[in-house]
Structure formats: structure tokens, C-alpha cells
Design a protein around this ligand. Structure first.
Ligand SMILES: Cc1ncc(COP(=O)(O)O)c(C=O)c1O
Length: 400
């Protein structure tokens, strides 16, 4: 093999392969729905975050109409000439939906998290971040230049111990996912809100997986726990329950203006096409007008969790439409994933670095679009695979 300074990459990829951590690109040739075709195989899809079943069809017409009236590309960052009337309309609708003074649209939820955190914290500040927060929060913390204090997942005692020592920092920010993306559990927002108030800290909650799903009006976990007033910075995304793309930050007018001035992923990135704002507007309308989608989704998730537990699956602390089946090691996880795939189900295997070592899992992502038959067939397939394994528990006791 001729020498190239990039030769190390093939070696690294082989090493990833050897420990079951190599990701492979797949190609979906159907639309994103409950039934998909991936690499030529038809599968029942338990891998998308289209929780309310809006992605495949519900938004198509408004997008096509918006392209006809507003064109496609936005051509510049929002602060230059990229922000059009539909973007402004969506930001007003998001603020209205969230019950906040203002909202700001980002190209993605990832960009919204990075933009918000780096605007709020810098050198001389401290950020308290849950160990299971999403990668975009982690990267935002790293880029901010602030001291990062990672607290064990949901560990309020740790925070109670550390926060009193944080008064020496200029500002304090506590940041958490509202609904954790892999384990499907909820952050203890009531306690976090009380701690933030006690120690004069800003509280930021990423509602990526909860927007449209949790809370009476679908605003997310802050609404569900009744602590909206205590959450200073709310991040959401239109890429999951809203079935589209684009992230947003909602909060006070001055917060939003500050972020629009400071967030580099906002200032230095082209605004998304206005048609995306049209999809966002239509999705927010559906979320508000069709609450049965989220109530039905959560009660189906409850039933599915109970059925999985009854056949011996460890679903961890899941309390939502995200239901993990804890496996442990990546190789075993991917074997289970492959067997389910042979049975016609797509259930993604989640491995490090997405989850910590020893905590690989299958992530069932439930959607309003799944029928009872699809859910029943999944449970049967999992049960069959467990029987093939001789009924042994999916996770060794010592893997916990
Ligand atoms: C908790 C959480 N926050 C933010 C994001 C990023 O959102 P988006 O996909 O819109 O960039 C994700 C996406 O996976 C997520 O799980």
C-alpha cells in the first residue's frame, strides 16, 4: 500500500470494527414512516424520532406551496438578508407556543444548543452539565471556555454539594436534557429549578425529545413538571416530534436578542430555507390542534414498556416514548439489532460514544404512526429472540 498521511484512518476503522463500534452508512429509499425500506429491505421502523407521525406526509403540501411563493435557498445568514417573513412568523409562533416573549430559529437543534450555551457562558463562568446530556450540549460546554462541572446523571446530592462552591464564579449555568435521548427518562426539573434559584444559576433545558410530546399543551418537560417560569432558557427542535428540521431557543426578549448577537452558529451560518419555516408552522399547528397524538403515544408507550418488562427486558428508567432495552456490550447489542432486522424490524443499537462503556442498548422509538399490530409484532419478535437465547437475561447482572 502506498504511503499516505491518511493511512492511519484505515487502521482506526479496523479497530472500531474489531470491538463492534464501527458505524456503517445506510440508505433509506422510502419516505420516513412507520414502514421503511433500508438498503433494499422493508422494515417496520422503530428508529425515527418522528414521534407524532408528521414527517412523511402531513407537511408536504405547505412546503411545496412555500417553495412556490418564497423560493428555496435563503442565501445568507439570518442577520444579513437570510431571515424572511416565514422565519419571523415561525419565531413568533414558537414564542406563542412556548409562552415566552421571544424565540430564535436555528438551522438545527445541535446548533441551537451550541449557540445558546456559548452565548451564556464563557471564561470565568461555570456550567453544570448532566453526564447524559446530548453531544450538542457537551460540545457547547467545551466551546464556551467556561469551567465544566459534569454531574453524575440526575444526581441532585452532587449538585447540592458543588453549587455552594460555585459562588466564586462570575455566572452559573445548569444545563440538562428535559427528556434524555437514549434512556428515555426525565430530568428532575423541580429540584433543578429549586437549586438554580437557591444558587442564583441560569437553568437551561433542552426539550428536543419532549417538545410536542410532554405537557398538556405539548411544550415539553418544563410544562409537564409545572416549572416553566423557572426555566430561563428553553431549547427545542423541529426535527423530532415536529417531523421537520430546525432548532430553536425560547425565552425572554433580551435573552433572544443576546443570543442572536452572540451565537456563532446563528451569526455565521446561512438561514434555513423559508419552506422549512413553513413546515415548522404547520407542525406547531398540528401539535396544538391534535393533542390526541401525544396522549395516545404516551399511553401506548406505557403499555409497550410493561409488555417488554413482562418478557424479561430491562427498560431502565424510561418514562417516555423512548424505550431502551439494556444490553451492555456493543457486540451483543449489534447481534440483537441484526436478528431483529432479519425479522423485519429496525431498532437501532446504541453504542459508545453515544452511551457510556458497558451501557449499549437497543433504542425503541415509538411513534403515533405505529399501529397496535406493529407494536405487538415487535414484542413477539423480541420474545422469540429471548427464547432462542434460552431465556437468559439480556444484561448480565455484573454489567450494570
Ligand atoms: C437531546 C438532543 N438535543 C439536541 C439534538 C439535536 O437536534 P437536531 O437533530 O435538531 O440537530 C438531539 C438530536 O439528536 C438530541 O437528542
Amino acid at each position: 500500500m502506498s504511503h499516505s498521511p491518511l493511512n492511519w484512518i484505515d487502521e482506526e476503522l479496523r479497530e472500531l470494527d474489531a470491538v463492534g463500534l464501527r458505524r456503517r452508512l445506510t440508505t433509506r429509499s422510502s419516505s420516513q414512516a412507520a414502514r421503511i425500506v433500508v438498503d433494499g429491505q422493508e422494515l417496520i421502523n422503530f428508529g425515527s424520532n418522528d414521534y407524532l407521525g408528521l414527517a412523511a406526509e402531513c407537511l408536504n403540501d405547505v412546503v411545496i406551496d412555500a417553495i412556490r411563493t418564497h423560493g428555496w435557498g435563503s442565501g445568507a445568514s439570518a442577520l444579513v438578508t437570510g431571515r424572511g417573513s416565514l422565519h419571523a412568523e415561525l419565531e413568533a409562533a414558537l414564542a406563542d407556543f412556548e409562552g415566552t416573549e421571544a424565540a430564535l430559529l436555528f438551522p438545527s437543534g445541535f446548533a441551537a444548543n451550541v449557540g445558546a450555551i456559548t452565548s451564556l457562558a464563557s471564561k470565568g463562568d461555570v456550567v453544570f452539565s448532566d453526564a447524559k446530556n446530548h453531544a450538542s450540549i457537551i460540545d457547547g460546554c467545551r466551546l464556551s471556555g467556561a469551567r465544566i462541572q459534569i454531574y453524575p446523571h440526575g444526581d441532585l446530592d452532587y449538585l447540592r454539594m458543588m453549587l455552594p462552591q460555585a459562588s466564586a464564579f462570575r455566572r452559573r449555568l445548569i444545563v440538562t436534557d428535559g427528556l434524555f435521548s437514549m434512556d428515555g427518562d426525565l430530568a428532575p426539573l423541580c429540584d433543578l429549578a429549586a437549586l438554580a434559584e437557591q444558587f442564583d444559576a441560569m437553568l437551561m433545558v433542552d426539550e428536543a425529545h419532549a417538545t410536542g410530546v410532554f405537557g398538556d399543551r405539548g411544550r415539553g418537560t418544563a410544562e409537564y413538571w409545572g416549572v416553566e417560569e423557572a426555566v430561563h432558557v428553553r431549547v427545542g427542535t423541529l426535527s423530532k416530534a415536529a417531523g421537520s428540521i430546525g432548532g430553536f431557543v425560547a425565552g425572554s426578549r433580551s435573552l433572544i436578542e443576546w443570543i442572536a448577537n452572540r451565537a456563532r452558529p446563528y451569526v455565521f451560518s446561512t438561514a434555513p430555507p423559508e419552506a422549512i419555516a413553513a413546515a415548522g408552522l404547520a407542525a406547531m399547528k398540528r401539535i396544538q390542534e391534535e393533542p390526541h397524538r401525544r396522549t395516545e403515544l404516551l399511553s401506548r408507550a406505557d403499555r409497550l414498556r410493561r409488555r417488554l418488562m413482562a418478557i424479561g427486558c430491562d427498560t431502565g428508567e424510561s418514562a417516555s416514548q423512548i424505550i431502551p432495552i439494556m444490553i451492555g456490550e456493543p457486540e451483543a447489542t449489534m447481534r440483537f439489532n441484526a436478528s431483529l432486522r432479519e425479522s423485519g424490524f429496525f431498532v437501532p443499537g446504541i453504542r459508545p460514544p453515544t452511551v457510556p462503556e458497558g451501557e449499549s442498548l437497543l433504542r425503541i422509538s415509538l411513534s403515533y404512526a405505529h399501529t397496535d399490530d406493529m407494536i405487538g409484532a415487535l414484542v413477539q419478535a423480541i420474545e422469540r429472540l429471548l427464547l432462542v437465547r434460552g431465556g437468559e437475561p439480556l444484561m448480565d447482572a455484573n454489567e450494570h
